[in-house]
Design a protein around this ligand. Sequence first.
Ligand code: NDP
Length: 255
Amino acid sequence: MSSNNNQSKLVVITGASSGIGATTAVEFAAKGYKLLLLARRLDRLEQLVKDSSNSLSFENTVIHQCDIIQVDQIKEGIEKAKKQFNISSVDCLINNAGVMLLQPLLTQPLSDQNQMFDTNVKGLLNASHAVLKEMVENKQGTIINISSIAGTKSFPSAAAYCGTKHAVHAISETLRSEVAGSKVRVVIVSPGFTESELLGHNEKENSEGFEAMVNSWEMGALKSKDIADAILYAYEAPKHVCVREIKLAPTEQTV
Ligand code: NDP
């Protein structure tokens, strides 16, 4: 159920064009929040907002084409949303944009490794930098970082990806201690394997091990709604409660 209070809150979601980010946008819209959705594929963001089967509309949503590596593009989007909604600050940033390119380090192109660090780590730092000052000044705000089970464990063929998600954990834990005194909350949500487009960016030979694992689970992988629900739970916890981390994985996932 939405409340009038929610309509005065601006929530920014990075990587909102598919998977977890898109579903999170739909869930937050249903609760009445004002949204800024960022991603490179503008057509997919448009499609999502135009889809009449969900609560998103151009009235409650600003979409902005943005490569998360470009901090100016993030700031432009935030300014556009503040102006459209007449809201002076971001109440929640969901750092969700990410890529997972699988391959042993020995053979993995450096460009793939750089893309993961640029997106998963530097992109997260860029977006956080764009909102932190005002959150600290206002003594209000929540940053939710989408890490992974790979943020505390490691998997074969995922050295660079695991490195990025371990970095997300380290950055989040440190940032939390830096801004706790300013009443700003830093939350980590760490999913296990979730149905999305994430694996699809890999050559078949690099992803088939993961696919075989998921296909062996009778109950399947998590759905993006499972993660969106966890994000919403953490955000909607009373302001004196900082849900520091939520880890959730398919029941049959052994690692
Ligand atoms: P998807 O591939 O479906 O979504 C990834 C999103 O990130 C897309 O919206 C994509 O948008 C965006 N993105 C990628 N690169 C950039 C960029 N340079 N600038 C802006 N946006 C970018 O995968 P998921 O929904 O699964 O992934 C979401 C997050 O969840 C990621 O951080 C991932 O690491 C994490 N995660 C996923 C798990 C899973 O099993 N699926 C498990 C654990 C964590 P576009 O291409 O339009 O720019």
